[in-house]
Design a protein around this ligand. Structure first.
Ligand SMILES: [Zn+2]
Length: 236
């Protein structure tokens, strides 16, 4: 971990990789809850709660985070802006690696985790332009704009669907390569139509028919179904 939270890179002050990872983690955790607790941050970053406490203090000093008494932390306006810049780099890189360099979608997250800290904004913008300024990454996650706007992702999850629902798969989690390979094998990619056939119990596995006019069915575990976002198809 670098001792200084900011390092000079060219003429622009650039945050250190560990700071960028903290901001990204707080952004992800505070999309569903208002604040991120020390323990949730420690778990998501794979570090000890004691080291989170020290880093959070530094980031609050840098005006990137602010404490909410008894609740945890949230990003300041500046912290949010920085988190969105990192997320844009990550998602443009994943899209470029799959669309232009032929990487498999289960093979780009770790590359992007490394490159997002090194790539310049100029390189990222050139990649985005050559891709026609994509709005979503290969896993269906929205790519923040260069101006720092991001599409809201308040879609229902597959776990919230009931038998008979016809939906379009919107986004899948991107971090676990094995999970992505098994989704791929089942044809579960963003944009595919699904018909919910059965659900064992609330939060249980969900059985879906994949595609239109196909007889292929597959069953998605309850835990994974809670992390798959879908859009209800227009009623016919
Ligand atoms: Zn990723």
């Amino acid at each position: 971990m670098s001792p200084a939270p900011v390092a000079m890179s060219g003429s622009r002050k650039r945050l250190s990789p560990s700071v960028e990872d903290y901001l990204k983690a707080v952004f992800a955790l505070t999309r569903r809850h208002e604040t991120a607790s020390t323990s949730a941050l420690a778990e998501s970053l794979g570090v000890q709660p004691s080291s989170v406490t020290g880093m959070v203090k530094r980031l609050a000093g840098e005006k990137l985070l602010e404490h909410v008494p008894y609740r945890g932390v949230q990003l300041t306006e500046r912290g949010r802006r920085e988190a969105l810049r990192i997320l844009r780099r990550h998602r443009v890189l994943e899209t470029y690696l799959t669309d232009r360099l032929g990487f498999a979608w289960d093979d780009v997250h770790d590359e992007a985790e490394r490159l997002e800290h090194a790539a310049s904004d100029r390189l990222i913008e050139a990649m985005a332009a050559s891709l026609g300024d994509p709005r979503h990454d290969p896993h269906g996650a929205p790519i923040p704009t260069a101006a720092g706007e991001i599409e809201a992702m308040d879609f229902p999850t597959l776990a919230q669907c009931t038998p008979g629902d016809r939906v379009t798969l919107r986004a899948v989690p991107d971090e676990d390569g094995d999970e992505l390979r098994s989704l791929e094998a089942d044809g579960l990619r963003p944009g595919v139509s699904l018909t919910v056939e059965a659900r064992a119990e609330a939060d249980g596995p969900v059985t879906v028919r994949v595609g239109t006019g196909s007889a292929t069915s597959t069953t998605v575990g309850g835990e994974l179904a809670r992390r798959i976002l879908v859009v209800q198809s227009e009623p016919r």
